[in-house]
Design a binder for this molecule. Structure first.
Ligand SMILES: [Zn+2]
Length: 124
């Protein structure tokens, strides 16, 4: 399926292809517990993901091992997606499902991840 998504103020747009989304993840690491978002269960490969065209609309937050790039809209502050290089060297993405058009993120089958207990919590 093709999914379209945007931040709250609609400045930042992105899209991706995925099997039908029926589940999501929430996490208790120090970042996710503050952000409160429902995240995609899986990483979306670079080939299936179209990021926002103008990176100057985004800020990026790096923490922990500074590998995952957590993007958010400069205007409305909404976290849109995170990008991290996979084993093939290409980026893969985890998205904030609350940004996805037509998807009720809180109605999904949600798994809580114990990110607080993981050594590299921002891998989530
Ligand atoms: Zn925005």
């Amino acid at each position: 399926m093709e999914y379209h998504a945007h931040c709250h103020c609609k400045r930042v747009h992105f899209s991706f292809r995925s099997h039908e989304i029926t589940s999501g993840k929430r996490c208790n690491c120090s970042l996710c517990v503050r952000r409160g978002a429902v995240l995609s269960s899986d990483y979306i490969p670079d080939a299936d993901f179209t990021p926002h065209a103008d990176e100057s609309d985004l800020s990026v937050y790096l923490w922990n091992d500074k590998v995952m790039r957590h993007y958010f809209c400069k205007i409305c502050g909404i976290s849109t997606y995170g990008a991290v290089a996979g084993e093939d060297g290409k980026d893969r993405y985890r998205v904030n499902l609350g940004c996805v058009e037509g998807l009720d993120a809180l109605a999904l089958d949600i798994t809580i991840v114990n990110g607080k207990a993981l050594p590299l919590a921002d891998e989530l």
